[in-house]
Each structure stands twice: as C-alpha cells, then as structure tokens.
Design a protein around this ligand. Structure first.
Ligand SMILES: C[S@@+](CC[C@H](N)C(=O)[O-])C[C@H]1O[C@@H](n2cnc3c(N)ncnc32)[C@H](O)[C@@H]1O
Length: 239
C-alpha cells in the first residue's frame, strides 16, 4: 500500500495530494524533470494522430498543460475537453488556459476518470498524462478512454516509467527516491506528496505490461515509445 492509513482509499489519498500541491505543481514539474516534461507532452501530442478541427478529451488534465498543447494542435475549430476530479488543479487549469487566451476553445470539467460523462464514440482521441498510475482502476480507466473515442480514434498515455540501462537506472532511482522528496518539501512544503511520487512509479507495472493491457482491452497496433532513457513512456492504441 502506497497511501497513508488516514485515507479511506487510494482515490481519496490521491485527491488530497493534488489539492495540497496544486499551487506549485507546474513549477515543480519543470524543475524536477529538468524541463523535460514539456518535450514529453509534445511527443504525446504528436502520437494522437489528431488533425485540425479534431476532437479530444484529456482526462486527469490537472493544470491543463497537455490540454493546452492539444488545443494548439486541433486549432480554434476543434473540440477540446479537459477533465479532472480535483477542483484545486482545475482552478490552476483555468488560469493557465486564460493566460494562453484559449478559454473559448477549451472546456474544463470536474469528473472521474473511471466513469467518463460522455457517450460512446464521441472523440477522435483521448489522452492521459502522468496519471494512469494515480487512478483507482487502471484497466477500467483505459476501457473508458476507449469507449468514448470513435472507431479509428486513438488512446494515448504519457506516464513516468522504468528506465532499463544499468548505471543510468541507478543514478535515476537515487535522484527520484532520495532527492525528489526533499526538493518537493522545499518547493511545495509537501514531502509526503513527493514521497508518494517515486513509490507510485515503482508500484506501477512495467511499460511492456501496459502495452499488453492496451491489447487486452481491444486497442489495435498498441505500441510504446520510451523517452529520455525510459524515464517516461508514451503508449498509443487504436480503436
Ligand atoms: C500528476 S497530475 C497530471 C496532470 C496533467 N495531466 C499533466 O500533464 O501535468 C495527475 C492528475 O490526475 C488527477 N486524477 C487522479 N485520479 C483521478 C481520477 N480518478 N479522476 C480524475 N482525475 C484524477 C489528479 O487530480 C491530478 O490533477
């Protein structure tokens, strides 16, 4: 178990974590990932196969950093929806969307990834970034993502993953397990939240297993792309 006994379940714990770090989430992402998070998100966008005027649902959108990049991809006549269950993250998302002058293009909704409030076959693509390991039921979430896209549409996940190369892996785990919680405490006053981060990545299945899950759920041509030595991975599958 990677969450504290004070909480009823993982969902409640994850919600409390993101409420407590929302004010510093964007800054810490940039600092802790050495600014790689932007490149990883842009790579994920490039794998959606979205076109001008397309429609996309970004679940667990947080502060809308991926949602904004998706909006740029589909243009002003596309449909872009960001969904998250944490109001504090959505408050930051609204600020970020407004500062990009995209408030007329992006719809932000409160909702749960395991029970999406959309009909079958609605969007061209669904995306999720840095969140599959946070949801209470990974398989149910991917099934929901698949359900709401049209036949031929894409499900794309960007997630932190497990690097393979021996020396790189050791240096990375030292940084991740020992330094990230300290930096998180300094930056957001939340050592606990940034202890959860390495624990959640270690507990999450290897990238090859997530690809297998995509296939099991019925997503075709399921493949994954490891980025920055496998620190992050983008999965894609087609309905
Ligand atoms: C690490 S953040 C990722 C935010 C964003 N996708 C990004 O690229 O930075 C994870 C987000 O998932 C949201 N989340 C976690 N579980 C959720 C669930 N079951 N339903 C909806 N949102 C959820 C959290 O509130 C948080 O905003």
């Amino acid at each position: 178990m990677i969450y504290n006994n004070k909480y009823k379940n993982k969902e409640e714990y994850v919600h409390s974590i993101f409420s407590s770090i929302a004010h510093r989430y964007d800054l810490l992402n940039t600092v802790l990932s050495f600014n790689r998070d932007k490149y990883w998100r842009n790579y994920a966008v490039s794998k959606t196969q979205l076109k001008e005027n397309g429609s996309v649902l970004d679940i667990c959108c947080g502060t809308a950093m991926l949602t904004i990049e998706l909006a740029k991809k589909v243009g002003p006549n596309g449909r872009i929806v960001g969904l998250d269950f944490c109001e504090d993250m959505l408050v930051k998302a609204r600020e970020n969307v407004k500062s990009e002058r995209l408030e007329n293009n992006i719809e932000l909704l409160r909702g749960n990834a395991v029970d999406l409030p959309f009909k079958d076959d609605t969007f061209d693509s669904t995306t999720i970034a840095f969140a599959l390991r946070n949801v209470p039921d990974v398989e149910k979430t991917i099934r929901e993502m698949r359900r709401v896209i049209k036949p031929g549409g894409t499900v794309v996940s960007l997630e932190l993953s497990k690097p393979g190369a021996p020396f790189f892996k050791q240096a990375y785990y030292f940084y991740f397990n020992c330094l990230v919680p300290v930096l998180g405490k300094i930056g957001a006053g939340q050592g606990g939240a940034y202890r959860y981060l390495p624990g959640s990545v270690i507990a999450f299945p290897h990238q090859s297993k997530i690809r297998d899950l995509f296939e099991k759920i019925g997503l075709k041509n399921a493949v994954y792309f490891e980025l920055t030595g496998g620190i992050a991975t983008v999965h894609i599958g087609i309905k």
